[in-house]
Write a protein that binds this ligand. Structure first.
Ligand code: NI
Length: 137
């Protein structure tokens, strides 16, 4: 059984590699590499899979999942600049992919072990990424 929760945050970023020139960054990352940053209204969906607990009838109390996502992700990222404010991105390009991985790790650390986690991050209306932790060591 899978259950999910949707939350929002807005944050700024710039996609660029320090080792590359502005021209090379523009060539690879397009407008997302503009030097003065820009924002996105991110939507984060967290999907949790596991058995229904016969005592409660829940896979996980969605209030608990909500609190974890808000504390670990939204409170940390909302109204921040990924490049400047979030230590995890000091040497990591804040693409939707990398934001999803960092979010997955933060949520995973707080979630009961027997539950599987998938994070789906919508960066725009049309762009979405999904991470299930299968790349984790
Ligand atoms: Ni962008």
């Amino acid at each position: 059984m899978k259950v999910g929760r949707r939350e929002h945050f807005n944050a700024a970023h710039r996609l660029f590699k320090k080792e590359w020139s502005d021209e090379k960054n523009l060539e690879i990352f397009g407008k997302c590499s503009n030097p003065n940053y820009h924002g996105h209204n991110y939507v984060i969906e967290t999907w949790v899979e596991g058995p229904i607990d016969p005592t409660t009838g829940y896979v996980v109390d969605l209030k608990i999942l909500k609190d974890i996502v808000i504390q670990e992700v939204c409170d940390r990222f909302d109204h921040r600049n990924f490049n400047l404010d979030i230590p995890e991105f000091e040497n990591l390009i804040p693409t939707a992919e990398n934001i999803a991985v960092v979010s997955w790790r933060l949520i995973r650390a707080k979630l009961p072990k027997h539950l599987d986690l998938v994070v789906r991050l919508h960066e725009t209306e049309n762009n979405v990424v999904e991470y299930d932790g299968s790349d984790e060591l």
